[in-house]
Write a protein that binds this ligand. Sequence first.
Ligand SMILES: CC/C=C\C=C\CC(=O)SCCNC(=O)CCNC(=O)[C@H](O)C(C)(C)COP(=O)(O)OP(=O)(O)OC[C@H]1O[C@@H](n2cnc3c(N)ncnc32)[C@H](O)[C@@H]1OP(=O)(O)O
Length: 311
Amino acid sequence: MYSLFMKRVTRMALATKQNQNLIQIAMLTTAAEEQRTQFKTLNITVPNPFVYHVELNRPKKLNAMNNTMWLEIGKCFSELGNDPDCRVIVLSGTGKVFSAGIDFADAAQIGARLSETEDVARRCKILHDTIKLYQDSMTSLEKCPKPVISAVHNACIGGALDLITAADIRYCTSDAWFQVKEVDIGMAADVGTLQRLPRIIGSESLVRELVFTARKMLASEAKECGFVSKVYDDKDSMLKGAIEMAADIAAKSPVAVQVTKRNIVYSRDHAIQEGLDHIRFWNMAMLQSEDFMNATVAQATKSPLPTFSKL
Ligand SMILES: CC/C=C\C=C\CC(=O)SCCNC(=O)CCNC(=O)[C@H](O)C(C)(C)COP(=O)(O)OP(=O)(O)OC[C@H]1O[C@@H](n2cnc3c(N)ncnc32)[C@H](O)[C@@H]1OP(=O)(O)O
C-alpha cells in the first residue's frame, strides 16, 4: 500500500516537473518572441532552455551590416547580458552567407552627411560618433557576461570579422572564408579586428599578412591557425554542434561561467598579477554562493550536476 502511494507521488512529482519544464520553455519562447519583434535585423529564438540563438537577418543583402543592425547588435547583447533566462548565445547568419560586412548603402549615407557639413570639426564629430557606436556594438559581445559562440558559414567579411573576433568561441563550415577587407576599400579596420585578431591567433606575421593584403582565409587555414576551433561539413551540423555546446555550458553554474568570462576578458588585457588580484576579489564573494557548495558536493559524491537557479 505504502509503495503504491509512493509510486503515485513520484509519478505526480515527475508530471509536475515535466509541466514545469514545459512552462519554462513556453515562458522563454514568449520572452524570445518579444525580443524577436523588437529587432528588424536580428532573429532571436530559444532552441534550448537558457540557450539563445541570435541570427543576423538581412538575407537579401547578405546580412550586410546597416546602421540599424549595428545599433541592434549592441542593444541585443546588452539586454541578453542582463537577462537571467539567457546563459549562452549562439550567433549565426540567415541565408547564403554569414555577413558581407558593412552595408555600402549606409556607408554612402554617412558620406552624404559629411559632404553636407562644411566645418572639419563637425565632420570629425560625425565620424567619431559613428565609429564609437559601431565599436561599442562589437564590444557588446565581449561585455556580455554570457559566452557567445559564433557559427559562420560561407562569407565573413570586414565588419563581420570584427564582430566574431569579439565572440568567445568560433565555429565554421568547410565552405567558410574570412576576409579583413578594409584595406581594399581604402580604410584601416577600426571596430575591433586590429585589436583582437592578434590576441586570438598566435602568429603576428599571419595577422599582418591578412590585414595588409585583404586576402581570403579559408576554413582549413582558419582552423590551422586557431581562429576557429571546429570546422563542420555544413551549416545544419554546425548549428547542431553549437547549440549542443551551448546547452552543455548552460547546464553549468551561471555564477561559475559568467565570472569565468569576466575574468578571462579582464586577464587578456592586464598583467598576470592584476588578473590574479581581480579574480581574488570576485571569488571572495562568489565562493560563498550556493552554486559552489552544490556543485562541489555533487562532484565529491559523484552525483549528477545539480540544477542552478537563475542569475
Ligand atoms: C566605421 C566603419 C565600420 C566598419 C567598417 C567595416 C568595413 C567592411 O565591412 S569592409 C567589407 C565590405 N564588404 C565587401 O566588400 C563585400 C561586398 N560584397 C561582395 O563582395 C559580394 O556580395 C559577395 C559577398 C562576394 C557575394 O557575392 P554574390 O554571391 O555574387 O552576391 P551579390 O550579388 O554581390 O550580392 C547579393 C545582394 O547583396 C547585396 N550586398 C552584398 N554585399 C553588400 C554590402 N556590403 N552592402 C550592401 N549590400 C550588399 C548586393 O548588392 C546584392 O543586392 P541586390 O539588391 O540583389 O543587388
